[in-house]
Every structure is written in structure tokens, then in C-alpha cells.
Write a protein that binds this ligand. Structure first.
Ligand SMILES: *[C@@H]1O[C@H](CO)[C@@H](O)[C@H](O)[C@H]1NC(C)=O
Ligand SMILES: *[C@@H]1O[C@H](CO)[C@@H](O)[C@H](O)[C@H]1NC(C)=O
Ligand SMILES: *[C@@H]1O[C@H](CO)[C@@H](O)[C@H](O)[C@H]1NC(C)=O
Ligand SMILES: *[C@@H]1O[C@H](CO)[C@@H](O)[C@H](O)[C@H]1NC(C)=O
Ligand SMILES: *[C@@H]1O[C@H](CO)[C@@H](O)[C@H](O)[C@H]1NC(C)=O
Length: 665
């Protein structure tokens, strides 16, 4: 029987705590709580030994109070120490006299667990803000691991997104050229010639919360894998579609716990004085595996890591943690029900909300879960009949929200749901009425909150990242925003209802035009459509669903492009930075714009969509996210007829492409 051994060692002016279970040996600096060593198989240290002890395995927070705080702790305590398990706690209480503007106003408890027979390490943190702590934002909370760079070269984050990664040195100025912002480079002289000419940008390796369960690195020399397994995203705010980073060169592996990327300032990560807040982040599992060195060891390690992920999900919520703040299964509740959609003006009656995303999050407005950066969230996907069952919900007060693929808008149940330990709440049948004032006259795209069904251009052939070659990852290529000006070099996009095809003729992002020499100009897109019958006194509705917005303003004009005052403007919206970060969506926004029939002509009509903001240096924007990038994405635009207008049948005739649409390269 293997015992777990815990020892304290004094080395180079610092104490170290070492936990061994015969499979792994984990070294943590005492009392800072820095993870400095992970020994596994023949690898003396999985972490980069050339780095200082504060730069190998650490928690950090990016905050306005203190730009980057590595959460150094002051006390060390053994929580459990048996033959089965060791749990350690590294803590710090924030002190306003000594810590003001030096560290984030936060009490910290970092926990490390090693179990008998388990090749890895569990980590979780309990963070608390007392009521009298000063205001602070905490935009990004994460655990970072810097792996031994000479060994860990191969990265995997999904079945299709796996590759040999460039090294830190490959990104240096002698080996790479920086593109429009410092995160993106093209590798001109990489140490591995295979990578020559490739683009590298850490945002190309982002993933949505719902998919961010397993990613890691492989050492080909040792046939050893290092994996971050996150069996539950309950502590990751922003909902199932919130995106965040995973890994990047330098063999850096990130366990993102909260991140404002792809949402920006609209994501609420501001903590106010007077507000008590406490939250458990994790546990996450650092899993190590090995294979015999064969040609296929990468596949063996990845498949084994996926198997392990399922095992971790099965044992969630973990029952071996000791913090009172992490409730075990019997202390949690469950919420189930069935969601149906009643789309008036279609004759389908009630239809199941098939595969709907159903979210329990802090009470708020419909859709507010996208912006909630502080609370716990629990979500699931409904089955084909709209049945959903959200298990393992922590006690607390929630609202139930949902969105359904193919139907516009946000569902919210008008009821505060209080979960108490052991609760099983059955909500019965719930009905979602999508916002709609009449039957649809025409629509562009699918209500799916992304721009993925629209035209996504090929990247410049000189700026390709081969990790994004898959059709589903095409939008992650670098520089697609520039292709708009290449394709629409003379005039802006014109979309004709009935003849245009949105997968070819509707550019995925409404970006400014690069006129020449990086001078940007606003652009106006036109939607042309034919109306045979008009109810002049009726009210029509134009619904505009935006998949993302960054420092943008959309102005809508009906039939009169020169009207000084637009019929409608979104005003300046968005900080998502999704286009620059190669995301196909950011925060979802829906506008229902009313217009009376006397604005329309019998026959040809045109809607002018102007994205009016186009000043500011593009690269300043992307790097710091606080300047002007002027882009927005339309996830769907459609117009509905007024209630009292006669029905008109619209179909797609047989003609297709507009001559203005030419792919290059
Ligand atoms: C905060 O630090 C000051 C200065 O070292 C000390 O006098 C005080 O007792 C500390 N407060 C708490 C609550 O620990
Ligand atoms: C803890 O969870 C594991 C895995 O789900 C299970 O096998 C074990 O019996 C549980 N232990 C206790 C004490 O409940
Ligand atoms: C639901 O909870 C919110 C936030 O706690 C509160 O403001 C609201 O009044 C509650 N609504 C009801 C109906 O209890
Ligand atoms: C629209 O274009 C896509 C992609 O080229 C094609 O698969 C689809 O059939 C087209 N739709 C129509 C109605 O022509
Ligand atoms: C292009 O911009 C640069 C830098 O602003 C300027 O020096 C140069 O004169 C411009 N060239 C033209 C043709 O406008």
C-alpha cells in the first residue's frame, strides 16, 4: 500500500512543503503557496525549473486595485493528513493598513489535495471580501502553469485542435514579425521549420465555457501528458458561451476561473465596498498520464485524458474536499422541468425547446447571466423534448433563464428559485413566447447567437494558423476583418432578400472600411426587399440581433440614406473585442425597432445599416481593449409584418450571388 507522505524542507531561504503518493511528488513553497515542482515518471519537474518560484504554478488576479496580483499567502496549515489524502491550505487575510493598493482586497485560501493512487493534484480556492474592503474589479482570475518548455511542445484542447506549438523564442523579434497587435505574430524563422509562415495568437486557442473541461500538453520525449480537467464550470461566470483562453506558447496552460475577455466592461466584475462576497473556485484537477513511446502516444494520452475527464465528472461534486464552503452532493439541490416554445404567427403550436441552454444564475433581467461575472451558474442543455434537469446546484437564490436555438430572444421564468440542501424542485412545463409582433416577412440568418452561418472569408494565405483549418474553426483565423475591404473594395455590401444567400453574401462582421493607408471609414450596408402590400398605418418591427459589439454604433434608416437623423440608433455599444480576438460572438444583444408602414413604398424598399464609428488606431484597441475598434456582428436581422397587414408569402427564388461578392486568395 502506498502511503501519502508530507514533508517540510528548508531550501534556499524558503520552506517547501512536499507531498508524495508514490506516483507524483508535488512541491509547494511555504508560505507563499506557489506550486514550484511536480515530479512524475522520469520527469523531475513538469514545471519550468528555469523560472523563478513565483512563475511556475501560481494563482493570479488582474484587478484595477493592483494590476497583477499573484496571491502570495502568509500562513500554511495541514487540513487533512491520512494514508488516503493530504489537503493543505495556504491563507492570507487582507489588511487595509499594509496591503492597500499592493494586493487585491481579498482574503485568500488556496487548497491543494493529493490522494492515494491518483496521478495528479486537485486545486481549489476560497476567496472572500469583507464588507469594509475597498472597491475593486477582478477581471480575470486564473491559475497559470508554466511547463518545461523543452519537453512540452504539443498542445491539445479538443479532438481537432491539437498541434506542435511555437516556443517563446519563436515569437521573439528575431524569429517573428508582430502583426496588428502584440499578441499576434507570424513566425518567420521558427526553430521548427514546419511552423514557418504560421500565425500564432493566444486568442486563437480560446474556447467556450461549455467546452472548457479538458486541455493540456504532451511531452513527446517522455510520452507524458499534463492536463487541466475542470469537471464543473459552476464558478465560471458568464454562461455556457462565455469564451476564455486555454493555452499559449511558452508551454503555458491556464485554468481560467473568471475572465472578462469577449465581454469587456459589460461583464460585471466590480466589487463594491459594503458588499460581502465569498466564492469557491474549483476544484480543478491537474492530471498526469503516460504512455509507452510509440508513434501513437499522443492519441493514447489524449484519449486517456478524455476518459479521466468523464471519471471526474462522474464523481462531481467531489466528496473529499474539507472546506465548509464547498458543499457536497447531499448539500446541493436539483431543478428540473420542460420548456416549450409558443411562437405566435406560426401554426406549429407549442414545440419543445429542443437542446435549449437552460441556466440558473443570480436573479436579474432576462439574459443577465451573460453579464454576471461574480456568482455561481449552473446550466444544462435540454433534450429533444425540452426536458432539462440541472443537478448539483449550490444552495442560494437563482432565476431560471434559457435560450433556444432557432428562436430569437431570452427566456426568463418570473420566479425566484431558492435552493436549499437536498431540494428537488420540479418546475413542470414552462412556455417561452419569443418576442414577435407579427408574422415574419423575411429574415437573414438563424437565431443562434453567433455569426457562424454567415460568410466567413478565407484568411490571407500568408497569415494562416493551421490549428484553425477545420471548417468549424475557420472564424479563428487572423485578419479576417481586413478581408471586408478586399472583397468590397469599391462599394459596401448590398443584400437582396430573395436573391442573396446569407452564407455567401452577408459578411460575418460589420467592420469599417480600410480605405487606404489604414484610414478607416464607416460603412453602410443595404438590405433590399420588395413589399407588395403595405398597411400604411400599421406598425412593423425590425429585429436586429447582434452577436457582438465593440465600440460600435448601428444606425438604421428606412429608404432614405441621407436622413440626418437615423430612424434608430443603438448608440455606442459594446466592449467585446470579439473580432480582434477571433471570436464568432461576444455578448448577445437584441433590438426590436418599430416603424410605421408609411415609411415603406409599394415595391422596392431599402434598409440602410450604418456602422458609424470608425476612428481610432486599430492596434491600440485590441491590445488594451479600451479604445476604438468599430465592429459589430449581426447574428440575425429580420423584419416582421404588423398584426393588421395581410399575409404575404415570401420564398427564395432561384438566383443567387451578388456580383459584388468575390472571394480572393
Ligand atoms: C494590519 O497590519 C497592521 C500593521 O502591521 C497591524 O498593526 C494590524 O494589527 C493588522 N491588522 C489586522 C486585522 O491584522
Ligand atoms: C466518494 O465518491 C466516490 C466517487 O464518486 C465514491 O466511490 C465514494 O464511495 C464516495 N465516498 C463517500 C465517503 O461517500
Ligand atoms: C428576487 O430576487 C431579487 C434579488 O435578490 C429581488 O430583488 C427580488 O425582489 C426577488 N423577487 C421576488 C418576487 O421575490
Ligand atoms: C446558400 O449557400 C450555401 C453555401 O454556399 C449553400 O449550401 C446553400 O444551398 C445556399 N442556399 C440557397 C438557398 O441557395
Ligand atoms: C501613410 O501614413 C503614414 C503614417 O501616418 C504617413 O507618414 C504617410 O505619409 C501616409 N501615406 C500616404 C500615401 O498617405
Amino acid at each position: 500500500m502506498v502511503k501519502i507522505i508530507l514533508m517540510l524542507r528548508y531550501l534556499l531561504y524558503s520552506f517547501q512543503v512536499i507531498i508524495r503518493n508514490g506516483i507524483v511528488e508535488v512541491t509547494i513553497e511555504n508560505p507563499s503557496g506557489y506550486l514550484t515542482g511536480i515530479r512524475y515518471k522520469k520527469v523531475n519537474n513538469i514545471l519550468e525549473g528555469r523560472h523563478r518560484s513565483d512563475n511556475r504554478g501560481y494563482w493570479d488576479i488582474i484587478s484595477d486595485h493592483c494590476p497583477m496580483d499573484r496571491l502570495v499567502t502568509k500562513n500554511f496549515k495541514v487540513i487533512t493528513r491520512t494514508d488516503e489524502i493530504v489537503e493543505l491550505s495556504f491563507t492570507k487575510k487582507w489588511n487595509s493598513t499594509t496591503d492597500y493598493h499592493k494586493t487585491v482586497p481579498l482574503n485568500i485560501d488556496k487548497r491543494f489535495i493529493v490522494r492515494r493512487g491518483v496521478p495528479g493534484l486537485y486545486m481549489y480556492g476560497i476567496f472572500e471580501r469583507e464588507e469594509d474592503f475597498p472597491d475593486a474589479s477582478m477581471d480575470h482570475i486564473r491559475i497559470a502553469f508554466k511547463l518545461r518548455e523543452d519537453r512540452f511542445r504539443f498542445m491539445a484542447l479538443s479532438d481537432s485542435r491539437q498541434r506542435i506549438m511555437p516556443s517563446t523564442d519563436d515569437r521573439s523579434s528575431s524569429r517573428a514579425r508582430t502583426l496588428a497587435f502584440k499578441e499576434a505574430v507570424v513566425l518567420t524563422n521558427p526553430s521548427d521549420p514546419q511552423l514557418k509562415g504560421e500565425v500564432d495568437d493566444k486568442y486563437q486557442y480560446s474556447t467556450e465555457n461549455k467546452d472548457n473541461k479538458l486541455h493540456g500538453w504532451i511531452s513527446d520525449d517522455d510520452a507524458v501528458g499534463f492536463w487541466i480537467i475542470t469537471p464543473s464550470s459552476e464558478f465560471r461566470a458568464g454562461g455556457p458561451h462565455k469564451q476564455g483562453l486555454t493555452s499559449h506558447p511558452g508551454a503555458t496552460s491556464l485554468c481560467m476561473l473568471v475572465t472578462a475577455h469577449y465581454a469587456g466592461k459589460d461583464f460585471d466584475t466590480t466589487y463594491k465596498k459594503g458588499e460581502h462576497w465569498k466564492k469557491v473556485f474549483g476544484p480543478a484537477f491537474i492530471y498526469l498520464n503516460s504512455a509507452s513511446s510509440s508513434n501513437d502516444h499522443r492519441k493514447t494520452l489524449w484519449m486517456d485524458a478524455k476518459r479521466q475527464l468523464n471519471e471526474e465528472i462522474e464523481s462531481w461534486p467531489y466528496n473529499f474536499t474539507r472546506s465548509q464552503d464547498f458543499p457536497h452532493a447531499e448539500q446541493r439541490g436539483e431543478v428540473s422541468g420542460q420548456l416549450l416554445v409558443r411562437d405566435r404567427y406560426t401554426d406549429k403550436g407549442l414545440v419543445p425547446a429542443q437542446s435549449a441552454f437552460v441556466v440558473l444564475a443570480a436573479p436579474g433581467d432576462a439574459g443577465s447571466w451573460q453579464r454576471d461575472g461574480k456568482g455561481y451558474q449552473f446550466w444544462t442543455q435540454a433534450d429533444t423534448n425540452g426536458h432539462f434537469d440541472i443537478k448539483n446546484v449550490r444552495p442560494g437564490e437563482y432565476n431560471l433563464y434559457a435560450w433556444v436555438h432557432g428562436f430569437i430572444g431570452d427566456y426568463k421564468l418570473d420566479l425566484n428559485i431558492t435552493i436549499q440542501p437536498g431540494n428537488k424542485i420540479s418546475l413542470g412545463t414552462l412556455i417561452y413566447d419569443p418576442p414577435r409582433n407579427g408574422p415574419t416577412l423575411w429574415e437573414i440568418g438563424i437565431p443562434d447567437r453567433t455569426a457562424s452561418e454567415f460568410f466567413i472569408p478565407e484568411p490571407d494565405p500568408m497569415l494562416v494558423n493551421s490549428l484553425c483549418l477545420d471548417e468549424a474553426d475557420k472564424y479563428r483565423q487572423y485578419g479576417l476583418w481586413d478581408r471586408y475591404s478586399d472583397i468590397y473594395s469599391h462599394s459596401d455590401l448590398v443584400y437582396t432578400i430573395g436573391t442573396s444567400n446569407y452564407s455567401q453574401d452577408w459578411f460575418f462582421a460589420h467592420v469599417p472600411r480600410n480605405v487606404r493607408n489604414n484610414t478607416l471609414r464607416p460603412t453602410t450596408w443595404q438590405i433590399k426587399y420588395n413589399l407588395q402590400e403595405i398597411t400604411k398605418t400599421g406598425t412593423y418591427t425590425l429585429q436586429l440581433a447582434l452577436a457582438s459589439a465593440s465600440f460600435a454604433e448601428v444606425q438604421v434608416r428606412f429608404n432614405d440614406p441621407d436622413a440626418v437623423r437615423p430612424h434608430f440608433t443603438t448608440r455606442r455599444i459594446g466592449y467585446d473585442n470579439a473580432v480582434a480576438r477571433h471570436g464568432i460572438h461576444g455578448i448577445f444583444r437584441l433590438y426590436s425597432i418599430e416603424v410605421t408602414g408609411n415609411r415603406f413604398e409599394k415595391g422596392e424598399n431599402t434598409i440602410f445599416l450604418t456602422q458609424s464609428r470608425s476612428k481610432g488606431a486599430f492596434n491600440a484597441v485590441i491590445t488594451f481593449g479600451d479604445k476604438d475598434v468599430e465592429v459589430y456582428k449581426i447574428s440575425r436581422a429580420y423584419i416582421v409584418r404588423s398584426n393588421n397587414a395581410p399575409p404575404i408569402a415570401w420564398g427564395l427564388p432561384r438566383v443567387r450571388l451578388l456580383s459584388t461578392m468575390r472571394k480572393r486568395g
